[in-house]
Design a binder for this molecule. Structure first.
Ligand code: C5P
Length: 222
């Protein structure tokens, strides 16, 4: 792979999305939030009344998603869904459709197309293990479930979305368990990944650790 790629995988609320966006901005690289594609598929299925276990129908839906990203805003079939996309209900639907091979396959080429010069930072669950196994640097970002639920709670409240902390802990547990135990592309650290536990670390500290590891790679030292 000629385009340098940094992958950041980890469970929900580990901070990978924020870290990936900030790292990409600092480097002037592209950024792929792969979870958004699974969320869009889950949302599209619910809107079209497709059952979340109907693999062939969901595969076709994922292949033909009419999505537009305009800055921070996301449109599905011409309708803005930015807010709905971040809800826990959409996350749960995403995690269900993400267990299906037909859906993962439909989204694979789309994700790989994001690897454009000068470089890409991609976050998700299988960026280092399946989508970009040749990445220059593979990171696995973790944090305790309580800390992750707390972060998610703050994010949702800031966005004006109602949330109950104890429900979030439970929802994260269920979703992580499904993501870790599924047979296809389960959430796990890729061999040789830089594993960072972000519990008690700031975003800036995590980004700094990744930048140091990346500089070593780019200079051929690590
Ligand atoms: O990262 P985010 O919370 O937006 O992802 C929503 C869901 O999409 C995850 O719980 C996971 O099931 C699925 N996902 C995935 N593979 C990815 C990214 C997300 O299976 N690369």
């Amino acid at each position: 792979m000629t385009v340098p790629v940094v992958t950041i995988d980890g469970p929900s609320g580990s901070g990978k999305g924020t870290v990936a966006a900030r790292l990409a901005q600092q480097l002037g690289w592209h950024c792929l939030d792969s979870g958004a594609l699974y969320r869009l598929t889950g949302l599209a299925a619910q809107r079209a009344g497709v059952a979340l276990g109907d693999a062939p129908a969901l595969g076709a839906l994922a292949r033909n998603l009419a999505v537009e990203f305009r800055g921070e805003a996301v449109y599905l079939d011409g309708i803005e869904v930015s807010r709905e996309l971040r809800s826990e209900a959409t996350a749960a639907a995403a995690s269900q459709v993400a267990a299906l091979g037909a859906v993962r396959e439909a989204l694979l080429a789309w994700q790989r197309d994001y690897a454009q010069p000068p470089g890409l930072v991609a976050d998700g669950r299988d960026m280092g293990t399946v989508v970009f196994p040749q990445a220059l640097l593979t990171v696995f970002l973790d944090a305790s479930v309580e800390e992750r639920a707390n972060r998610r709670y703050k994010q949702l409240i800031e966005k004006g979305i109602t949330a109950i902390l104890s429900d979030l802990v439970e929802e994260l547990r269920v979703r992580d368990e499904r993501d870790r135990s599924r047979p296809l592309a389960p959430l796990q650290a890729a061999p040789g990944a830089l594993v960072i536990d972000s519990t008690g670390l700031t975003i800036a500290q995590v980004v700094q650790q990744i930048r140091e590891a990346l500089e070593q790679r780019l200079s051929g030292a690590g």
